[in-house]
Design a binder for this molecule. Structure first.
Ligand code: F6R
Length: 277
């Protein structure tokens, strides 16, 4: 894991946006995995700015969102469909048909979840996955004790998550209890992952995920198994990490670091594997 600590939330999001932009510049038809919530807001704002001012092109991009609340229609202002439209999609040129967000209102969740997984595979897998982290250590809505091999499915939200997310709703009772979410196994198949975390209330989960044991009690800890994760943290979110000095030292030495060969591309590997079969 690469740990990049920035002094401010905005700085952290601008750095993460550079990685997204670099991905799109190298692979204009990249498949992006997207998160909602407060954390990626400034990242999306920066991507919108890069699109509007620097011409960052999304015309061939495909997106898959991590999750959606069960029972919320796409036009509900608290739905993740609505969030994505307002904060990113309506400002950039991603073709509508390339946008995938789990349905919170399907008649058949099991079939929908299977279809969602199949769509990811058919699009060649996720090139770059953006993640936030819950205060209970979840990624997407993979709450504590979720299988680290899990796929897209319905999850019951933990009380902690319902409490945390109540800030977006008029009343805490309005927060849905169920969500449809990509699994930890689904997320781990992304070629590259950016985990973003900001604020003191994430510090404990961040420390457990990065420096603790791999455990389904903190599903973000499964990211330790992935070969290419970059964690972008602000100082507060990094405040409980034991090795902060080391992470800062690595960053300060980066300009002189020997260059490394890029990891093999996941979709390329999948293609090669199917050719061998
Ligand atoms: C949202 C998602 C969640 C959030 C997490 C943090 O799509 O997958 O895992 O990333 O709950 O939420 P915020 O950023 O609101 O603190």
């Amino acid at each position: 894991m690469e740990i990049i600590i920035k002094d401010t939330y905005d700085e952290m999001c601008r750095s993460a946006a550079k990685i997204v932009a670099k991905t799109l510049n190298c692979k204009p038809d990249a498949v992006l995995g997207l998160a909602t919530g407060s954390t990626p807001l400034a990242l999306y704002k920066e991507l919108v700015r890069l699109h509007q001012e620097d011409g960052l092109d999304f015309s061939q991009v495909t997106t898959f969102n991590l999750d959606e609340y069960v029972g919320l229609r796409r036009d509900n202002p608290q739905s993740y469909h609505y969030f994505m439209h307002e904060n990113l999609f309506k400002h950039v040129n991603i073709p509508r048909q390339n946008i995938h967000i789990p349905s919170g209102t399907t008649d058949n969740y099991e079939a929908f979840c299977r279809w969602y997984e199949e769509q990811i595979v058919q699009c060649g897998g996720i090139d770059l996955q953006i993640l936030g982290i819950g205060s209970d250590g979840h990624i997407a809505f993979n709450e504590p004790t979720s299988s680290l091999g899990s796929r897209t499915r319905i999850k019951t939200l933990a009380r902690q998550t319902i409490e945390d997310n109540a800030r977006f709703f008029d009343k805490p009772e309005d927060v849905p209890i169920y969500a449809i979410t990509m699994g930890v196994g689904t997320i781990l198949e992304a070629n590259k992952i950016l985990l973003l975390a900001a604020g003191k209330n994430k510090a404990q989960a961040v420390a457990a995920a990065i420096e603790g044991p791999i455990t389904s009690m903190i599903t973000a800890s499964a990211l330790q198994l992935h070969r290419e994760v970059i964690c972008f943290l602000d100082r507060e979110a990094a405040s409980q990490l034991k090795l902060v000095d080391y992470y800062d030292w690595i960053e300060s030495q980066r300009p002189g670091a020997p260059s490394q060969a890029p990891a093999p591309h996941f979709s390329k590997l999948r293609q090669l594997r199917s050719e061998v079969r």
